[in-house]
Structures are given as C-alpha cells and as structure tokens.
Write a protein that binds this ligand. Structure first.
Ligand code: FES
Ligand SMILES: [Fe+2]
Length: 428
C-alpha cells in the first residue's frame, strides 16, 4: 500500500471505515468514572470515533453509551431525565434502558406496541482503573477487559486525567512514541517538573541530542528503543512501549511515578488524550498528586468542569517569549503535556503528510503506521483477530536503563519490559 493511501486509511475512524472497524474491536477509554459517579447520575455527552453518544448509569449501576439522538424526533438525550430504570427523553417522554430498548412511550396510546420496535444504539461499558471503557464493536467479538498495568493498580497508586485535543489521534499518538523530542521540546523542564527532576537519565537526555533509534515488533505493538551516549562502554536506553491500538508507555524518570497515554479519536479532527501516572509499588505522594492536579508533567490545567485546556490554540498556548529567549523554556509553553499538545495541534487538524520529511529518528513512527495499518487490513481482508487483545501483550512496561554497548536492547531489557508485582522497575 502506498504510504499516503495508508495514512488516509489510518486517520479516518468513523463508522464503517477500515480503521474505525478495527479500533471498535478494542475496549475504548471513553469517560472518567468520576463523570458518572453514582447510580442515577445526570447523563453526559461523549463523542467517540465520530459517534455522538450519551453516557448514563442506571439504578443497578449498569453503564452504557447510547446514541445521543432520540429516535422519535431527534431531541438530544443529553437533556433526558435519568429515572433509574432508564433515560427518558425530555421532549415527549420516550424512555430507553441501558440495552437501548425503548421501555416507555407515554405519548402513544396505552395499548400500543410501537415501543417494542424502537431502540437506540447502545454500547456496553465497564469500569476499570477509574475509567469507563466502552465496547463499540460487533456483538460476539467483545474482548476481555484491558489488563494494562496502570488499569489494575489500586486507586492510591495511579492518577488519570483526560483532555480534548484539537488534532487527529494519529499525530498525537506519533508524538507519544517520538522520544527524540524530549531533548528539545522538554529539555528545560526535566529539572523543574516534579515527576522528572533529579533523574540520572536527564543528564544523558540533555547531553546527547542525537539518539539512535531501534524498533522491534512486540506481540502487541512495538518496542521503540532510543539510545544515547552514557559512561564509557554503555548506552542509556529509553524504551517506549506502543501497545495497539492507542496506548503508549513513557520510559520512567528515576523512581518517579511512571507515565502513559491513550490517544482516542473523538472524530477525525479531535482526540481524547488520556494521561496516566502510576507507580507499580507505592502510592503516589501528595506532592506528586498536587503537581498532577495543577497541570504539570504530562497533564494540563483544565478549564473547571470541562476537558478543555486553559492554554490552547486560541491563546497561542500562553507562549512566554521571554522565558523562551532566556532559555527558561525551550518552547515558552508551560508544562510538558501542553508542550506536546501545542506541537501536535499546530500541525493542523489532520497532518498533511505529503509535506513531511521523515528522518532516522522517525523510524518508530513509520513502523507504528505500518503496524496499525497491517492489523486493520488483516481484519478487513482476512478477518484476522486484532493483536494485543490478550493480557500478555498489555502487561508490559517501558524502561530506561544502561546497557553495555553491543548488546541488543530488546534482549538486554527483556526481563524489565514485563509488568508484574515482582518485576523490578527499570528506572534511571
Ligand atoms: S424527541 Fe424524544 S420523545 Fe420525542
Ligand atoms: Fe512529549
């Protein structure tokens, strides 16, 4: 497949697209659990892969995403009344349960059976790791729930935020696996950010801006190794995990809480950026949580009550030219998360890749595109089961460590790239 055809396939995720069909075979991180905190909570809007949906939790704590538009005359069910056994449209009172079935139609004669023929699209949801996950794929193909390490940790050991980004998910994901930008975009933040500072690896990151990339396929995605010069005879390796279809794990910085993302399409020009910090073996400290809540690290300060960022495209991300000039901030934009968002959005809603010039540091991006396209096309053409639906592909870790020169990174780090309570976290 020609490269640009592949890109066109990858960036379109609406219903009945190749990529959309593929992505719908996975559980989708759709809402924060706190958005539907209890039975009977008010319904919330969510858009995933160009489908406008409403999330609601019924009196039995069953959660579903249903289509936003009432099949009667199209009013938004966002304004519906959550009456426990179902969500009732505020226009003429038709009511739908979590399965999507219309269960009451008070505007029709009592003996009418019309309601039995009316239903809305409904996607089942489950809660794990503080997130409401939805399954939007065909019936009978629902995979087991995700087993990513962070999703299974106790609440005290993880923190998750979500923001809306004005860009296609693919260029956001590509930012997540491109570890060469850390030496530039984030270089002045490494010693300032509570979740990065004082990591020994920072000195290598700042000193060697020409990392060499090696990428190998893993069972569920890619291992993206970036090596930099370290003490004599050693390389400093940062190994990012890409787990199909949209998860990335950031190599750790010292013993700080680790980080990861999920990059989920809202529509072709917007995505949900899920940012997670977690520590496999200890609760996050108050200091870490304070930093996260204020929008530092991979998170961003949000306009209260929304998923919109305070710094955004309209205000040029509050760029501080003085800080940039005085070398206090490489980009002049505050916060690693916002720096990433700013760069990814500044590309445009969908990157015009016919104008790009990929270099040697972009090999991870090239391979991620191929891996995604291959999986989506194998599903379409051969009905091949998508990769990374199994726990072993998901229970993996990123790593940063020194390895002797000459040793392959995938072999040298093999034992620490697996997640598990007994596995040492490889941090530098
Ligand atoms: S539009 Fe919903 S009940 Fe009439
Ligand atoms: Fe970044």
């Amino acid at each position: 497949m020609a490269d640009l055809d592949r890109i066109e396939t990858l960036v379109r995720t609406g219903p009945d697209t190749v990529m959309g069909n593929y992505l719908r075979r996975y559980w989708v991180p759709a809402l924060l659990e706190s958005e539907l905190p209890e039975a009977g909570s008010p319904p919330v809007r969510v858009k995933i892969m160009s489908e406008e949906l409403i999330g609601f939790r019924d009196e039995n704590n069953r959660i579903a995403l249903i289509q936003e538009w009432c099949p009667h005359r199209g009013a938004s069910l966002f304004f519906g009344r959550n009456e426990g056994e179902g969500l009732r449209c505020s226009f003429h009172g038709w009511m739908y349960d979590v399965s999507g079935q219309c269960i009451d139609m008070p505007s029709e004669p009592e003996q009418s059976r019309f309601r039995e023929r009316i239903s809305v699209i409904s996607y089942p949801c489950e809660v794990r790791g503080g997130i409401i996950w939805a399954y939007m794929g065909p019936q009978g193909q629902r995979p087991p729930l995700p087993e990513l390490e962070w999703s299974l940790l106790p609440e005290t050991h993880r923190y998750c935020s979500m923001r809306i980004q004005e860009s296609n998910y693919l260029q956001a994901l590509e930012g997540g696996i491109d570890s060469s930008h850390v030496s530039f975009l984030h270089r002045d933040d490494l010693e300032k950010e509570p979740l990065f500072m004082a990591a020994k690896g920072n000195q290598y990151l700042r000193a060697d801006t020409h990392p060499k990339f090696e990428v190998v396929e893993s069972s569920g995605g890619l291992l993206i190794g970036a090596r930099r010069e370290a003490e004599e005879g050693y390389y400093y390796w940062r190994i990012t995990q890409f787990i199909l279809p949209w998860f990335t794990l950031i190599p750790p910085f010292g013993d700080h809480a680790m980080g990861g993302h999920a990059w989920v399409p809202i529509d072709d020009e917007h995505c949900l950026v899920w940012s997670i910090n977690f520590h496999p073996s200890r609760p996050l400290t108050d200091h870490e949580i304070e930093g996260i809540k204020s929008g530092s690290g991979i998170h961003a300060a949000l306009v209260p009550g929304t998923h919109k960022t305070v710094a955004n495209k309209q205000n040029d991300y509050l760029v501080d030219r003085k800080a940039q000039r005085e070398k206090l901030s490489y980009s002049g934009i505050f916060g690693v998360g916002m720096q990433d968002s700013a760069m990814q959005e500044s590309i445009g809603p969908i990157q015009n890749r016919s104008r790009e010039h990929l270099g040697t540091s972009d090999v991870g991006i090239v391979m991620a595109r191929r891996r995604l396209a291959k999986a989506a096309i194998a599903l379409r053409d051969e009905n091949q089961k998508p990769p990374a639906l199994d726990a072993s592909s998901q229970k993996v870790r990123a790593a940063s460590l020194l390895l002797p020169k000459g040793q392959s990174f995938a072999q040298g780090a093999e034992e620490v790239l697996v997640a598990g309570p007994d596995v040492m976290v490889a941090t530098l």
